[in-house]
Ligand binder design. Sequence first.
Ligand code: C5P
Length: 322
Amino acid sequence: MLTVRSFAKINLGLAIGPLRPDGFHELRTIYQTIALHDIIRVSVTRGVGIEIRCPDPRVPKDQSNTCYRIVERAMSALKARGRVIIEIEKRLPVQGGLGGASGNAVATLLGLERALKKALPDAERLRIAAEVGSDVPLFLLGGTVLGVGRGEEVCPLPDLPAIPCVVATPDIAVSTPKAFADWDAHGALTPASPSDRLLMFSRNMSAWLNSQDIYGRASSGVPAGKRRGRAGTPLLDLVRAGIENDFEQVVFPQYPELREVKRVLELAGAFYASLSGSGAAIYGLFASREKAGKAAARLVKMGIPAVATASLTRRQYWRKFR
Ligand code: C5P
């Protein structure tokens, strides 16, 4: 039996673009992996079929489960045989905007490959992951990831440092397809056209990346070591670049208590707070673990489930995966 951690993600900004002919929306987002996780156990025995075991009644055990769908495709691509048993120890919220089910799929795929002692080429993994869901491929990269297309076209970004954060998980399940449909219905109220929103996102991203020290030199030409106060600021720069999650515009009016959670995080000192994906998880980013711990305690006292955690760099993501 192979045991792997299946981490969660948050979205640092999400711009929703036009509805495409295939029924998906073009979007732009920055995904960031965080330390909260489920546990996945994969074993391959004699026989045939795929079995999902999970005591949580909200997790489907049939062909609609992301783990089932990825195993089906991977077994065929690997030309492998056997009965695959997947145990899901659920700690992340279901339909929470943290990519729980998507991360579960990737953890299952990588656990399966190890159990079978076979590996798919990277490009094949990415292709299969994208078939299973728009939010799945990001978990094949980890760290700070740019998502374009319907979110499934991923590209590693210069990794942000580990950041203390608080994740509040109000007991509300937001349906992502419904949130997109609400966005379409509400579209007329937004000032910018869908393609303008994507353009604005790309411009802000370019300005941010251009200001970053990707090659060890500032755009000013001053070597990295000679400049003060730059370490730890890339995220602040990103926040100042004006990142927003468009889903807030349709989800907050329906669940005003979520706007209140965001406000509590900001009042507790978060330098940025936002809905993650289509929610209902709300996160706040903090300058210190102490501040994050206090903010989480404040929310818990108010009866809102919340935990203090930290974002995971790409290296940490892969180190902690197994
Ligand atoms: O890809 P995923 O299975 O997560 O998508 C679930 C649903 O969310 C899609 O069927 C679609 O209705 C909606 N969606 C969308 N645009 C995206 C991603 C998802 O409209 N970029």
